[in-house]
Write a protein of this length. Structure first.
Length: 314
């Protein structure tokens, strides 16, 4: 049984990753930690609690509030992408479950230390909580079973600036700490999501025909993303980033080409802030620190996503 600890800045795509983890036959979601990112922090906490309720697991998955701000930088939201509430402006009702009193950073340290070698750590947000947890107890980096993160862009345009993807841009200092900590990450970059995680109008129409609570939830939380993609990228569709990452965690076969590379995060202030530099040719002479996903199976991902949206298991 896989035991997943998920760090999230809960908005549309994050919620589908949470649903997928909760629908996994051979995984349990040990906890959800909330990091600053997409929308207002307290709204993100509510979004996570509500998503757990949608999955029928209310009260069964603890939600730990964490860093409300990046380590050093000013925070900028992504409400233009996800809507003011992060959920396509659906303004869902308040969930019954309430968040834990324990801070996310303490929860990450305690859960990993209490279960050495057991926890699959998944990061789909800026890495502030994780960097603080590593600073609090550096020993945790050797105690996780695996670490996957959605973030960065490998030789590809960013989505928040020309150089950077949102998660590594919001808190590049935290990302740098994590990448240099000795944690052995598997990186799922923005380019993989844009190549293999997009659902176009035809696919979204198919989701609409499913008629399940999960499919209606998916379309609702992606309502604003679809508008944003049309306006910014001229494409009618939505891009699944965090759920594609979760599908790789649950089924490694989704990642069809993974290469070991040295990856460095640019934490300077300026146009390249938050860029993930992948040393393709090894010219920096640094020991590779990451498994970078170079290709993924759109078919395997969609199959897993559709099973979840039809109310099934993965
Ligand atoms: O760049 C996309 C990533 O940033 C996703 O994880 C999205 O939820 C935001 O956190
Ligand atoms: Ca996210």
């Amino acid at each position: 049984m896989r035991r997943i600890l998920l760090d999230t800045d809960t908005a549309g795509d994050d919620t589908i990753a949470i649903l997928m983890a909760l629908k996994a036959k051979d995984a349990v979601l040990e906890g959800v930690t909330i990091n600053c990112g997409n929308v207002g922090f307290d709204q993100q906490v509510e979004n996570a609690l509500y998503t757990i309720q949608v999955a029928g697991k209310s009260g069964k998955v603890p939600v730990y509030p964490g860093a409300r701000r990046p380590l050093l930088r000013d925070w900028r939201n992504a409400e233009d992408v996800h809507g003011g509430d992060g959920m396509g402006d659906s303004h869902f009702p308040r969930a019954r479950q309430r968040p834990e009193a324990l801070h996310a950073v303490d929860a990450i340290v305690e859960i990993i230390n209490s279960n050495p070698g057991e926890i699959d750590l998944v990061e789909i947000a800026p890495m502030t909580n994780l960097a603080l947890a590593i600073r609090k107890d550096p020993g945790i980096v050797k105690k996780v079973r695996s670490f996957h993160f959605m973030g960065g862009a490998n030789q590809y345009l960013g989505n928040i600036t020309p150089a950077a993807e949102f998660n590594t841009w919001v808190d590049p200092d935290a990302a740098k700490i994590v990448m240099e900590s000795g944690l052995a990450p598997t990186m799922v970059g923005w380019e993989i999501c844009m190549r293999h995680g997009v659902l176009g109008a035809k696919e979204l129409a198919a989701v609409g025909k499913m008629g399940t609570e999960e499919s209606k939830f998916f379309l609702a939380v992606n309502r604003q993303v679809r508008r944003f993609m049309k306006k910014s990228y001229g494409m009618d569709g939505t891009v699944c980033t965090d759920s594609l990452t979760m599908s790789i965690v649950l089924n490694p076969k989704v990642a069809t080409d993974v290469r070991r590379r040295y990856v460095e995060v640019d934490n300077t202030e300026g146009p390249s802030r938050g860029a993930t530099i992948v040393d393709e040719l090894g010219v920096l002479g640094r020991t590779p620190n990451s498994d970078v996903v170079y290709e993924a199976s759109q078919g395997l991902f969609r199959d897993m996503l559709y099973r979840v949206l039809k109310g099934g298991r993965v």
